[in-house]
Design a protein around this ligand. Structure first.
Ligand code: CA
Length: 526
C-alpha cells in the first residue's frame, strides 16, 4: 500500500512537473512572440531629442522610451536619404542589393521583414509615409501618404484607392495607428510600422506647436560657420547651406498680394539675400550676418515645432498601449530614417557621410528584456533592424540579410565578435543639393570617405575631432591608419557584394519629390 501511495505520489509529481514545464514553455513562447511597434520619423536628428543631450529642445515622451529602455548612441544609416533607408529597413540589405540606391521604385515582390512576420502569424500594418514608389506588400493593412505627402489635410493611399483626411499629418498618422491597434485580431501578435512625415522639409508645424517656438531663440551649433578648410571639393560645392540655400518658401515668407501661378513659384524659389521683417511695429531689412542669424532661427523654429508634435503623438500612443495593457509584451522602437544637419557645418538636409547626417536616433523599450535606462555604444546600422525583429519574434534570420540581429545587445550582452566598422555609400548626384557621390568606412574611432568622381579622400579622427573639421588625409603621420582603413573598406565591399552596380545609374527624374502615380504597381493603379 505504501508502495502504491509512493507510486501515485510520483505519478502526480511527474504530472505537475509536466504541466509546469509546459506552462513555462508556453509562457516562453508568448514572451518570444512580442508585439512590435516601429515608430519612425523622417529626418529627425538625434541631437534634437533631449535623451540624446539636445540643447535646443525637450522631448519628454521620447525620453520616456530612453528611461524605460535602451538608447543606442552609435546607430547609423548606410545610405543617408529617405527612400533608400526605408528599403534597407524593410529588407535588411544595402541599397545595391535591394535595388533602391536613390528614389528607385521598390520591387515589392522581394522578401521583407513584414512578409516574414506576416507569414509566421503576425498581424501587420503600415501607416504613414512610405515613399517607395510601389504599393506596400506584406501588410494586412496599409494606409500610406502618396510620395512625400502633405502636412495639412493629406491624401492617403489605401488598397481600394485614395482618400483625403482632414487635419494635421502627425495627428492623423497616430489616430490611424491607434485604429489599427484597436481593430486588430486579438489572437495574433502584431507588427506595426508607424512612419511620420514630420519633420521633413518643408517643415510645416501645426498652429499649436508653431506658437510654442515663435520668437524662441535657438542656440547655434558650434560648426554653423564652418569654413570647410581641409575638406574635399564636394563640401565646397554642395547647395544645402542654411545661409545661402534656404528659399523664401523654406523661410515661410509671404509673397506680394496677387502673386499667383508660375510667378508665385518663381517668387517662392528665390534664395533671398535680403529680407524685410517687422520688429516692434517697425519695418526692418535684414542683410549679411543679421540675415544669416535670422535664417537659422526661422529654419530651426519650424523644424523643432514639427518635432514637438511628433513627441506629443508618441506620448499619446504610449499612453494608449498602457491603458490597454499592451506595454508589457510590446517592443516599442523610435527612430528616424536618417539624421539631419541642424546647421551643423552650415548645412541642412542629410546625404553626406558626416555624423549628424548618418546618425539615427534608436530608442528601444522592451520590458523584462531590456534594462531600463541602458545605453548602447556598439555600432548598429539600419540593415540590422529587420534581423532584430525576426529574432525577437522567434524566427530565423535569412542568410542573405546583410544586417545582424541586435538582440544580444538589447539583452545587455556584448558579443566578442561584434562589428567594429561599417560601409556607407551615397548615390544621389547631383541630386537636389549638388551633393557628390561618395562611399567610405566608419570604425569606432575613424572615418575614411572617398569622393570617387573627384578622386578625393577625407580622413577624420573621431576621438580627437568629433565635429569632423580636420581632414587628415594628407598628413604623412596618418599613412598607416589610411592603409589599414583602405584594407577594411575593400574587405567590407567584398563581403557586401558591392560591385558598383549603381555607380552611374540614377533614376530618370532624380527628384526628391512625390513619385508619379504612374510608377505605382498593381493592385492600386491610381
Ligand atoms: Ca528622411
Amino acid at each position: 500500500m505504501k508502495d502504491m501511495r509512493t507510486l501515485i505520489g510520483l505519478f502526480l509529481f511527474g504530472c505537475c512537473m509536466f504541466v509546469s514545464l509546459d506552462m513555462v514553455q508556453c509562457a516562453t513562447s508568448i514572451k518570444t512572440r512580442p508585439n512590435i511597434v516601429f515608430l519612425m520619423a523622417d529626418d529627425h536628428a538625434a541631437h534634437a531629442i533631449s535623451a540624446y543631450g539636445s540643447v535646443i529642445n525637450k522631448t519628454p515622451n521620447l525620453d520616456r522610451l530612453a528611461q524605460e529602455g535602451m538608447r543606442f548612441d552609435r546607430c547609423f544609416a548606410v545610405n543617408s536619404i529617405c527612400t533608400p533607408s526605408r528599403a534597407t529597413i524593410l529588407t535588411g540589405k544595402y541599397s545595391h542589393i535591394n535595388g533602391v540606391p536613390v528614389f528607385n521604385r521598390f520591387d515589392g515582390s522581394q522578401p521583407t521583414v513584414a512578409k516574414h512576420l506576416q507569414a509566421s502569424g503576425y498581424y501587420t500594418g503600415m501607416i504613414g509615409k512610405w515613399h517607395l514608389g510601389s504599393d506596400p506588400t506584406g501588410f494586412d493593412q496599409w494606409t500610406v501618404l502618396p510620395g512625400q505627402g502633405a502636412y495639412f489635410n493629406p491624401d492617403f493611399l489605401v488598397p481600394a484607392g485614395r482618400k483625403k483626411i482632414e487635419g494635421y499629418a502627425t495627428d492623423i498618422i497616430t489616430d490611424l495607428a491607434i485604429d489599427f491597434l484597436k481593430n486588430r485580431p486579438k489572437d495574433q501578435p502584431f507588427f506595426l510600422m508607424c512612419h511620420h512625415k514630420a519633420p521633413h522639409r518643408p517643415w510645416e508645424p501645426d498652429a499649436k506647436h508653431k506658437a510654442m517656438f515663435a520668437g524662441r531663440n535657438i542656440p547655434e551649433p558650434a560648426t554653423l560657420r564652418d569654413d570647410y578648410s581641409t575638406r574635399s571639393d564636394a563640401l565646397h560645392e554642395n547647395r544645402q547651406r542654411v545661409f545661402e540655400d534656404l528659399t523664401r518658401s523654406d523661410l515661410k515668407l509671404l509673397p506680394p498680394a496677387g502673386t499667383t501661378g508660375p510667378a508665385l513659384n518663381e517668387w517662392l524659389n528665390v534664395k533671398p539675400t535680403e529680407v524685410e521683417i517687422v520688429e516692434n511695429g517697425q519695418k526692418k531689412t535684414l542683410r549679411g550676418e543679421e540675415l544669416n542669424r535670422w535664417k537659422y532661427q526661422r529654419y530651426m523654429q519650424d523644424y523643432l515645432a514639427c518635432i514637438q508634435s511628433v513627441d506629443d503623438n508618441v506620448g499619446r500612443l504610449l499612453d494608449w498601449l498602457d491603458a490597454n495593457g499592451l506595454s508589457e509584451n510590446t517592443i516599442v522602437i523610435y527612430t528616424s530614417d536618417q539624421g539631419f544637419f541642424l546647421g551643423d557645418h552650415g548645412l541642412y538636409d542629410k546625404r553626406f557621410m558626416y555624423e549628424p547626417s548618418i546618425k539615427m536616433p534608436f530608442l528601444v523599450r522592451w520590458p523584462g528584456v531590456i534594462k531600463p535606462g541602458s545605453v548602447q555604444k556598439s555600432l548598429a546600422i539600419n540593415p540590422d533592424f529587420a534581423p532584430t525583429f525576426l529574432e525577437a519574434s522567434g524566427l530565423a534570420v535569412p542568410k542573405d540579410m546583410q544586417g545582424r540581429s541586435l538582440l544580444p545587445l538589447l539583452k545587455g550582452q556584448q558579443p566578442p565578435n561584434w562589428r567594429t566598422s561599417f560601409y556607407y555609400r551615397y548615390y544621389h548626384d547631383p541630386g537636389n543639393h549638388n551633393t557628390r557621390v561618395h562611399y567610405g568606412v566608419r570604425t569606432d574611432t575613424h572615418k575614411l570617405i572617398y569622393y570617387w568622381k573627384k578622386d578625393q579622400w577625407e580622413l577624420f579622427d573621431l576621438q580627437a575631432d568629433p565635429h569632423e573639421l580636420r581632414n587628415l588625409y594628407n598628413d604623412p603621420q596618418q599613412k598607416p591608419t589610411i592603409e589599414k582603413l583602405k584594407v577594411e573598406l575593400a574587405r567590407l565591399r567584398k563581403e557586401l557584394n558591392e560591385e558598383d552596380k549603381f555607380a552611374d545609374q540614377l533614376p530618370a527624374d532624380g527628384v526628391d519629390g512625390p513619385f508619379p502615380d504612374k510608377k505605382r504597381i498593381a493592385p492600386t493603379t491610381l
